[in-house]
Design a protein around this ligand. Structure first.
Ligand SMILES: *Cc1c(COP(=O)(O)O)cnc(C)c1O
Length: 368
């Protein structure tokens, strides 16, 4: 056998939500509702569809590795310098680039228990070490516990805000204090994959810390990650981005593959950004779907956590059999990794949420 590093032996590959086609094949049914991967149930902007169609024949050429037009559009939209942005094949790839640069040779990452599983994975595959910071008993997060845990070995802090899968988010005031005390030798990765859903609810805009808008001190050692996979509805095209100081971006650019984001994804992202009406519509519909699920779960006596994202984590007595029971009815949800006894359901369209709730009824759930 060809040798490979010891630290890879502990790595368990990422388990994605079950694809719709896979369940259709397995069950031989057509009607499948996927509420497993926090995708946008309303698809994407009509302008995106048209632009992708118009450009579908141009795939014989390599994409623009520098993503010139998208970079221009996004830097205007965010009011940051073009060279403060790095694009990735999903924001997942940027997490990967961060690991390759900052987490080799046993250097340490800190993140809360039950954070987005990719942080641990990326740390492990690069030979880094990690410490998981305990949650409070209601699954909230005390940022002071991160500050207390920082050591000289610490290179990276990952925080998903809102958190996937709990839906919890720390507020502006908490982050303002945290950022003030953040030492310069660590890179703070603020993963804001659900920012658009959370931004009107007192959750900070991490880019303000990079620009020094609030508090009035620009920070070079913060990178904010965002994605076109969630509210923009482009999960299948794979495109996300990071915003940081140009110093950090330049280092990450060293390990980025030249054609990591494809031509259609870049074009789609430009159009998606221009259509903020679509974003507002989806956020509004998500609020309604959230209420629908809260009400439906409450009525059934099922405990759930309030969410700042487009998904809800809930507790059931035998979560594995509930998961399977839902699957058999063509409803795909997901185990909430790191939280025994909990499942995570993405907020869907009204009809999808309804199907999910009715499928719970058919399982005869009476759980506290
Ligand atoms: C969905 C998600 C991402 C984004 O994934 P992409 O690679 O951009 O599709 C990043 N972080 C968290 C916490 C997520 O839930």
């Amino acid at each position: 056998m060809v040798e490979f590093p010891d630290y890879l032996k502990k790595v368990k590959p990422y388990q994605p939500g079950k694809p719709i086609e896979e369940l259709q094949r397995e069950l031989g049914i057509k009607e499948v509702v996927k509420l497993a991967s926090n995708e946008n149930p309303f698809g994407c902007s009509l302008f995106v569809k048209k632009a992708v169609e118009r450009n579908a024949t141009k795939i014989n050429r390599y994409p623009d590795g520098g993503a010139y037009y998208l970079r221009k559009e996004l830097s205007n939209f965010l009011a940051v310098d073009p060279d403060q942005i790095i694009f990735g094949n999903g924001s997942n790839e940027i997490i990967d680039l961060i690991g390759r640069v900052f987490l080799t040779g046993g250097r340490e990452a800190l993140f809360f228990e039950g954070s987005f599983v990719v942080y641990k994975l990326v740390t492990q595959i690069n030979g880094g070490t990690f410490r998981e910071i305990p949650l409070e008993c209601d699954f909230s997060r005390d940022l002071n516990k991160i500050l207390d845990a920082i050591s000289e070995k610490t290179s990276v802090i990952f925080i998903d805000n809102p958190c996937n899968p709990t839906g919890f988010a720390n507020k502006k005031e908490e982050f303002n204090r945290f950022i003030k005390d953040l030492p310069d030798h660590v890179l703070l990765v603020l993963d804001e994959a659900y920012f658009e859903y959370a931004k009107d609810h007192g959750v900070p805009d991490g880019i303000n810390y990079i620009l020094g808008i609030n508090p009035k001190l620009p920070r070079k050692n913060i990178i904010v990650l965002r994605t076109f996979s969630k509210v923009y509805g482009l999960a299948g095209l794979r495109i996300g981005y990071g915003v940081s100081s140009n110093e950090i971006i330049q280092i990450l650019e060293k390990v980025r593959q030249p054609f990591n984001t494809n031509h259609l994804a870049q074009i789609a992202a430009v159009e998606a950004l221009k259509d903020q009406d679509f974003v507002r519509f989806c956020v509004e519909m998500n609020e309604r779907g959230k209420e629908q699920l809260y009400e439906g779960l409450e009525k059934r006596g099922i405990h759930f956590l309030p969410t700042y994202g487009n998904f809800v984590m809930f507790r059931v007595e035998n979560s594995q059999s509930v998961y399977n029971g839902l699957l058999k009815q063509g409803v795909i949800v997901r185990p909430a990794f790191g939280f025994d006894g909990y499942l995570r359901v993405s907020i869907g369209r009204e009809d999808e949420n309804d199907l999910f709730l009715k499928a719970l009824d058919r399982l005869g759930l009476s759980c506290k």
